[in-house]
Design a binder for this molecule. Structure first.
Ligand SMILES: Nc1ncnc2c1ncn2[C@@H]1O[C@H](COP(=O)(O)OP(=O)(O)OP(=O)(O)O)[C@@H](O)[C@H]1O
Ligand SMILES: [Mg+2]
Length: 257
């Protein structure tokens, strides 16, 4: 029944009571994610908003099968992140904060390599690569070696690499960090375009204006806990204030008391 309802509503990510605890020699027990639950849908840009250390990267890493939950469950595209990790990986494009690109490859070689790993044919790679390079503005440096690219160029290439297999779900950890305003705009516009193609995009940010402009739904997390969730309009009504920054401060104040 729940599965059926999920399909009808277009739910493609379910985070159910997710908790992740780290045991650190110096800091002791760290509850990075604390009983977190939310759903994301097809054709939706979902923003995870929180301060440094809020638990955003940890949540995204669990979704992307890079890390196991301590307790709770995450279902991505109908697949369980632990029991069906391989299927989950085929369903997602994951952009992590570490780019991990090969210095000696050009963008064209990098994306071709990832297309092959993901089982695409030469023709599919050729077509998808041309389309993605155009959307992201990579074509002009497609034959320049990675070690000669700027931070922004590398970030665009990391996004291209993450989406070459045309996955229905994109998990992006701080996609615009370190980018200039124009490059950040290109990335944000591409995210909108992916949404309009019917994909689900979940991304993390601590930039309020970015979340305001881009997200269909925003989840505010603090110290691993979900403080509030909704559209920007829902949140504004709920807290009777005009912008996300004010909402955020209000929530943190409530949490302190
Ligand atoms: N592998 C790990 N071992 C121990 N502690 C960790 C590990 N990974 C994350 N943490 C801790 O978990 C908490 C949440 O970290 P996380 O990276 O998820 O935050 P974040 O919201 O992505 O922050 P930022 O905005 O700075 O990227 C922090 O206290 C962090 O130090
Ligand atoms: Mg992070």
């Amino acid at each position: 029944m729940i599965e059926y309802l999920g399909k009808v509503l277009g739910i493609v990510i379910q985070v159910k009571r997710l908790t992740k605890i780290f045991h650190d020699k110096k800091r002791g027990k760290i509850t990075a994610v604390d009983d977190l639950s939310f759903d994301c849908r097809k054709g939706e840009i979902f923003g995870l908003l929180g301060l440094n250390g809020a638990g955003k990267t940890t949540t995204l890493r669990v979704m992307a099968t890079m890390m196991a939950p301590t307790t709770g469950e995450v279902i991505v595209n109908g697949y369980h992140v632990i029991k069906e990790a391989h299927r989950v990986r085929q369903s997602i494009g994951f952009l992590s904060s570490e780019t991990g690109l090969y210095d000696r490859f050009t963008p064209r070689e990098t994306v071709h390599f990832f297309g092959k790993i993901n089982g695409l044919s030469e023709q599919e790679i050729k077509n998808r690569m041309a389309q993605i390079f155009q959307v992201l503005g990579i074509t002009s440096f497609q034959d320049v070696r990675v070690d000669k690219l700027s931070t922004g160029m590398k970030q665009k290439l990391s996004i291209a690499r993450a989406i070459i297999h045309d996955p229905p779900i994109l998990i992006f950890d701080e996609p615009t960090v370190g980018l200039d305003v124009i490059t950040a705009k290109v990335v944000m516009e591409s995210i909108r375009e992916f949404r309009d193609q019917g994909k689900c995009i979940i991304f993390s940010t601590h930039q309020m204006h970015e979340a305001e402009k881009l997200c269909d739904k925003i989840a505010i997390i603090h110290l691993g806990k979900l403080l509030s969730i909704g559209t920007f309009r829902d949140l504004k009504e709920r807290f009777a204030v005009g912008d996300l920054e004010e909402i955020f401060f209000k929530l943190i104040e409530i949490e302190k008391n």
